[in-house]
Design a protein around this ligand. Sequence first.
Ligand code: URA
Length: 259
Amino acid sequence: MRLDRFLSGQTAGSRRDAVQAIRHGAVAVNGIAVRDPAKHIDPETDAVTMQGKEIRYETQRYFLMHKPAGVITASRDSKQKTVLDLLKPEDHFPDIAPVGRLDMDTAGLLLLTDDGKLAHRLISPAHHIPKYYMVWLRDPFAEAVIPQFRAGIFLREGDSEEQCLPAECVKLDDRIALLELREGKYHQVKRMFAAAGNHVEHLLRVQFGGLFLPPDLPKNAYTQIFQKEINILCGDSSIFEIAPKCMYNYSSYWINETE
Ligand code: URA
């Protein structure tokens, strides 16, 4: 593959940007500066750097987005702003789509990818990838919800009821909880707390599998992640390890949101 084509495919810049960077001597292949944009490289084995930074060869894209409230989780919509509208034009790869969905008024971590196989695996109920939600409640957190959620709370569905999978919940503050879900029913967090007699005022997804919402990632922004992080995403995690970090990282979230 030509070096300029490799670079424009693997970075946010255009082909012209890649050519310029190469001509200016900013690009090295296997440690040696290369000034010929047409130089042929093997993306699988050659190590390419730009301004000293490694450019890894990725055939699929994974973006970790900080979804704000007020944006819908869909690929396109004729009226509402969607999470895909938050992507830069150069990141609109064919088939890129959100993995699962967050309600319009829910904020937090959202993965977007064009890796359909991974997306399928992540949302498949069989894999039970845990998702963690920080929940701001209208009424004080009642310890009684912990055993209720752990036993699998029943949600009303028209005339019938459906039981949730056992879920762990931790009190973070008087009106703030952290909930771990291993499934994704419609409005599940809101309905679980409603079934327990409380009301969810705000919802922030702070973690998906082993990947957490970077506290310094601004709302609307996203960052590209790579295979290594995908492995973390699919790895194991525990609510009891996550809980202590949440208040420090995100407790002011909705205070700032309404400023
Ligand atoms: N549960 C909800 O109620 N809303 C979300 O967006 C995600 C989980």
